[in-house]
Design a protein. Structure first.
Length: 279
């Protein structure tokens, strides 16, 4: 079962905020009234060593103590609010779980996603409240596929109204072939795949294509208004818009812009060799 961390974060923040609010409105004034009553009973409460001071201290410890939930809420609320604002409106970290974006992103890469590049959205609801920008061809984008609550990351290939075609493993957008240049065939002695640089609307990026594997069929598709056509850079090993269709604008999460760490498995040490921008 996938854990909905944004929902949990919002729920925890809401609970902490409610407890803090109840303390401000109801519990804290009650403690102040009890404190005033104790000071009236022990008028010399401020004189160190006096009988009133000792009596006041003995009773105040219980009468004025914050309830445990209030203490925790007051301590954690600032942290929860900061994390909520950062993750919801500024930057959110993600881990790459699959090889669909190889060689651009590897399994175990930890990336940062700009949450405001395509508009400010409400957490959990993902409703856009402020329009800032729109996805461009070549962007690496995090989103929810149609009818799926899991995060996916692919490259934006087609914008609304674009005609996207893929013939013999060559990409065409609006009838124009996207230029490709060979970087390497690997392994060198008995190549099984190619690494190529592809330009998409002037944006260079690297893709991988299998030599021994044929895609089922060529295709051509016109992107609907308010939707985007997504493909993985590992073209022959990617579940993308060729499989589950276009991505509606409301399913956008943000733009991936940097790798900040690579951690292949629990039994290896984290590496920072891949730190850099994503293109």
């Amino acid at each position: 079962m996938d854990i909905d961390f944004p929902l949990i974060l919002v729920a925890l923040t809401f609970v902490a905020l409610v407890i803090w609010g109840l303390d401000v409105v109801w519990l804290r004034p009650a403690r102040r009234r009890r404190d005033a009553a104790l000071r009236a009973r022990f008028p010399r409460w401020s004189e160190a060593g006096s009988a009133d001071a000792l009596g006041y201290a003995a009773e105040a410890g219980k009468a004025l103590r914050e309830p445990v939930p209030v203490e925790y809420a007051r301590s954690f609320l600032p942290v929860l609010l900061i994390v909520l604002v950062l993750r919801s409106f500024l930057v959110e970290p993600f881990q790459i779980p699959s090889s669909s974006m190889v060689p651009t992103l590897l399994v175990g890469d930890y990336i940062l996603v700009n949450k405001f590049a395509y508009g400010i959205r409400l957490p959990v609801l993902n409703t856009k409240v402020l329009d800032v920008g729109t996805p461009q061809r070549g962007d690496v984008m995090v989103f929810f596929p149609p009818n799926d609550k899991r995060y996916f990351i692919k490259r934006v290939i087609g914008l609304p109204g674009d005609r996207v075609a893929y013939r013999d493993k060559v990409l065409y957008v609006n009838g124009e072939q996207m230029p490709q240049s060979l970087i390497a065939q690997l392994p060198p002695l008995h190549p099984s795949y190619q690494i190529l640089e592809e330009e998409l609307a002037g944006v260079p990026h690297v893709v991988r294509k299998e030599l021994m594997r044929r895609i089922p069929d060529d295709f051509e598709h016109t992107v609907s208004p308010g939707h985007y056509f997504m493909m993985g850079d590992n073209r022959d090993n990617s579940s993308d818009s060729r499989v589950w269709g276009e991505v509606p604008e409301r399913n956008i999460v943000g733009k991936a812009f940097a790798i900040w760490m690579h951690w292949g498995s629990f039994f290896t040490m984290p590496s920072f060799d891949r730190v850099g921008t994503i293109r």
